[in-house]
Design a protein around this ligand. Structure first.
Ligand code: CMP
Length: 143
C-alpha cells in the first residue's frame, strides 16, 4: 500500500495543531503507520531539503525546521501522497484554499505548518530518512 511522509513543522507544534492535523488524516480514512515527536539535526535538515540547496531561502529553511520539535509521521492508504497534498493545500498559505490545512492555519510560505512528500520517489526517500524499518508498523485496521 502507498505510504507518505508528513511532518507537522515547528510552528504547527508550537500552535498545538498536532491533534487537529492527525485527526484530519484519521477521519479521512488513512492509516497511521509511524509517528514521533523529534528534533531535526542540521545534517538531517540539509539531507531532507537537499533539492532546495541552491535556493536563496535554504539557510532560512534549515534554521526554521531545526528550531524546535517536529511531529514526523508515516501515513498509508490508496493515493495517500496526492490526497494528503490536496488536504494540505498550496505551499503558500496565502494561496491555499480554506478547508485545507495551510488554508485554515498557515500564514507565511516559510511557516506553513506541514510538510508532505510530493511524489512516490520523495515519499520513499523521506520515509526512509526519518524512520527506521522497526518504527513503521504493519497492522490490520477496518476501513
Ligand atoms: P515544504 O513543503 O516543507 O518544502 C520546501 C519548503 O520551502 C516549503 O514547504 C516552504 O515552507 C519553503 N519555502 C518555499 N518558498 C520559500 C520562500 N520563498 N521563503 C522561505 N521558505 C520557502
Amino acid at each position: 500500500m502507498e505510504k507518505t511522509f508528513l511532518m507537522v513543522k515547528p510552528d504547527g507544534v508550537q500552535r498545538n495543531l498536532i491533534g487537529e492535523i492527525v485527526s484530519r488524516f484519521e477521519t479521512k480514512g488513512f492509516k497511521l503507520a509511524g509517528a514521533k515527536l523529534m528534533n531535526i539535526s542540521d545534517e538531517l535538515a540539509k539531507q531532507h531539503y537537499g533539492e532546495h540547496k541552491d535556493r536563496p531561502f535554504f539557510g532560512e529553511l534549515v534554521d526554521f525546521i531545526t528550531s524546535g520539535p517536529v511531529f514526523a509521521m508515516v501515513w498509508e492508504g490508496e493515493n495517500v501522497i496526492s490526497t494528503a497534498r490536496n488536504m494540505m493545500g498550496k505551499t503558500n498559505p496565502a494561496e491555499a484554499t480554506p478547508g485545507t490545512i495551510r488554508g485554515d492555519f498557515g500564514l507565511t510560505v516559510g511557516k506553513n505548518v506541514i510538510h508532505g512528500s510530493d511524489s512516490l520517489e520523495s515519499a520513499e526517500r523521506e520515509v526512509n530518512l526519518f524512520f527506521s524499518k522497526n518504527e513503521i508498523l504493519s497492522y490490520e485496521k477496518q476501513d
